[in-house]
Ligand binder design. Sequence first.
Ligand code: FAD
Length: 305
Amino acid sequence: MKAVQKAISQILPVIPKPIVGFFAKNYIAGENLEDAVRVVKDLMAQGACATIDVLGEEVTEKEHSQKVAEMYHKVVHTIHEEKLDSTVSIKLTHMGLKIDKEFCYENVATLLQEAKKYNNLITIDMEDHTCTTDTLALFQRLRKDFDNVGTVLQSYMRRTINDINNLLPLKPNLRICKGIYNEPREIAYKDDFTINQNFTYAIEKLLSENSYVGIATHDERLVWEAFRIIDKYNLNKDQYEFQMLLGVDTQLRRIILNEGHKLRVYVPFGKEWFAYSTRRLKENPHIAGHVMKAAFRRFLGKKAS
Ligand SMILES: Cc1cc2nc3c(=O)[nH]c(=O)nc-3n(C[C@H](O)[C@H](O)[C@H](O)COP(=O)(O)OP(=O)(O)OC[C@H]3O[C@@H](n4cnc5c(N)ncnc54)[C@H](O)[C@@H]3O)c2cc1C
């Protein structure tokens, strides 16, 4: 898997954007909020719920982040108006974290206030290690005033056990995932076994201490570990949920739903789809060959014309 990810990382930068878009389209609802609404309604008909994300990150201008915040307000209102079973996911660098932390805090706090009116939850995604400390500090600060905020911990991070211990007194709503960014070994575990052990440790620790956990994985071994822990602590269905990405392993999604568990699908939409899409393509074990072939065909087509 790691070799596939490495190979795809190397070829993606030279692949034309339309080809990346072609292969990535299943991971994204579309460019507009209406697309996300349509996808969420479809998921609801299948018995799932959702979390809507506006695509984009690493914003460098305040005006841009303000526009992002406005779009998120629209998302919160639309969820209410359309009676969608959906929370909202945000990235702090999209809301201005790298521009000005206080500006970012205000942006998120205002959104949380709005979401609170509709009893909706905002989950703060976890980005790369340059954001971890700031993200958790901002989460802890927000959590003092808001009970409708959650965040994410990544099981590849060496600090995650400590972070759980620090956050537990807040009774946090946490999504646990493996983590997708390419982090240095000093910061993140590199072997799958340890990352999986840390994932299992994290969900067991949190669930046994009555935190609400989003078990975010498509790895069937980890889904089984979650089933084991749910059984061991005799948990109710409202104490946890499974979470999966749009476009990934719909069969496993159905299996989990058929067993009666709550399952939330991450539904991203927007025009800034490239960074998210390349992260997803790197994780797809079947994609490298297809992308290469398509790029090669296109290259030959251009040469011939
Ligand atoms: C709801 C949700 C929210 C997330 N939020 C964050 C976040 O805030 N921060 C962060 O760093 N990461 C986030 N992630 C991504 C996560 O960290 C992993 O990178 C991703 O979920 C793949 O890990 P996995 O547990 O599914 O295991 P893997 O071992 O990577 O995958 C298990 C199996 O799932 C299938 N699979 C996985 N990904 C794909 C794909 N893209 N295309 C096709 N098949 C695939 C493959 O068959 C693979 O063998 C999130 C994931 C989910 C589900």
